[in-house]
Design a protein around this ligand. Structure first.
Ligand SMILES: Cc1ncc(COP(=O)(O)O)c(C=O)c1O
Length: 350
């Protein structure tokens, strides 16, 4: 018999819109957003700016495009952008800053660590005929490849102050900023304030079907709007999508704590399975990364063993596996997933 329903822990991007979102989408007031005439998009942009404590917002089709538009709007061709060497922008965005923006990424290891300031200042280029101009620092909070960990606002403040002391600006990839906010028990704007621009995703843990919002100063967003059009991201009656985003902001932020508790429960269960290694201190939000080397299974065997028993997870490079908790997996699903993982590992070690 086939599997009726998979417990899908690959990503929070797999979340499906809620009935309230679908209702709002069906009844949304719309207009042509390239003319600035979609009232629902305008409302989403204004609400997003307010939540981030910025002057203005811009609705974009994806987090990747929001990051790239931010880089384009902050830099000139030939500039250098400092990023964390494990950041989404450096790792997963197909060298878009080089392709689309003509800028060079300068990766700094562990940029988000409290001890990174020396490495950061060393990476800022002095003025010289020979060097590119350092213009921008990009941060990520929560940090995907670091297991959804949260960078404390004090660390962000120190980086922001250093950046401004050197005449640089800071962009925050806040794809999961609300997970960080819920973890810290702070409004998202208390994180966003230590950046000149911030983008966040509506289509991850917040479960909207499509979209991210970039926020910043009015003049920055005016520039960003042109770059969105340049990259083909100008949408027309996008209020249908923005309507779901507004419901997401209204109804889906506080419940992220449930995902965090489920991720913690999963991590604690995984840590008890012989051969699986993980650091429980890094499980702060909805992401769990573990090392399966000592189970004797390779990642392909591990993942296909899980899949054959109705559980989906992602390989994360080397012997690492990533699981993400989200609104479409409940506590009982986590228990079931643990049961499956135990049996797949036990079959190998028997
Ligand atoms: C930290 C981070 N930034 C940006 C993105 C890109 O978002 P999108 O998939 O909407 O392009 C992701 C997606 O997983 C992400 O995890």
């Amino acid at each position: 018999m086939g599997i009726e329903r998979f417990i899908d822990l690959r990503s929070d991007t797999v979340t499906v819109p809620t009935p309230q979102m679908r209702e709002a989408m069906a009844t949304a007031a719309v207009g042509d957003d390239v003319y600035g005439e979609d009232p629902t998009v305008n409302e989403l942009e204004a609400r997003s700016a307010e939540l981030m404590g910025k002057e203005a917002g811009l609705f974009l089709p994806s987090g990747t495009m929001a990051n790239q538009v931010a880089i384009l709007a902050h830099t000139d061709r030939g500039d250098e952008v400092i990023v964390d060497s494990e950041s989404h922008i450096f790792y997963y965005e197909l060298a878009a800053p080089a392709v689309a923006g003509g800028v060079q990424l300068h990766p700094v290891p562990a940029l988000h660590s409290p001890t990174a300031l020396d490495r950061l200042t060393a990476a800022i280029r002095p003025q010289s005929l020979l060097f590119p101009r350092t213009k921008l620092i990009c941060l990520e909070n929560t940090h995907n490849r670091l297991g959804g960990t949260v960078t404390p606002p004090t660390v962000m403040e120190a980086i922001y102050t250093t950046a401004h002391d050197h005449g640089l600006v800071v962009h925050l990839d806040g794809a999961r900023i609300f997970n960080a906010a819920v973890y810290l028990g702070l409004p998202a704007r208390e994180i966003a304030r230590w950046s000149d621009s911030v983008m966040f995703c509506l289509s991850k843990g917040l479960a909207a079907p499509v979209g991210s919002v970039l926020t910043g100063s009015r003049s920055f967003i005016d520039r960003a709007r042109k770059y969105r059009k340049l990259l083909g991201g100008g949408m027309r009656q996008a209020g249908i999508l923005a309507a779901a985003g507004l419901v997401a902001l209204e109804t889906m932020i506080d419940r992220l704590s449930e995902d965090h508790a489920n991720a913690k429960h999963l991590a604690e269960g995984l840590a008890k399975i012989a051969g699986i290694k993980l650091d429980l201190n890094t499980v702060q939000t909805n992401i769990v990364i573990c090392d399966i080397e000592k189970t004797g299974l390779n990642p392909d065997e591990f993942i296909s063993g899980l899949k054959a028993n109705g559980v989906l997870a992602n390989s994360f490079g080397g012997n690492l596996i990533r699981f993400i908790a989200h609104k479409d997996v409940k506590r009982a699903d986590i228990e079931q997933a643990l049961e499956v993982i135990r049996s797949v590992v036990a079959r190998k070690t028997r």
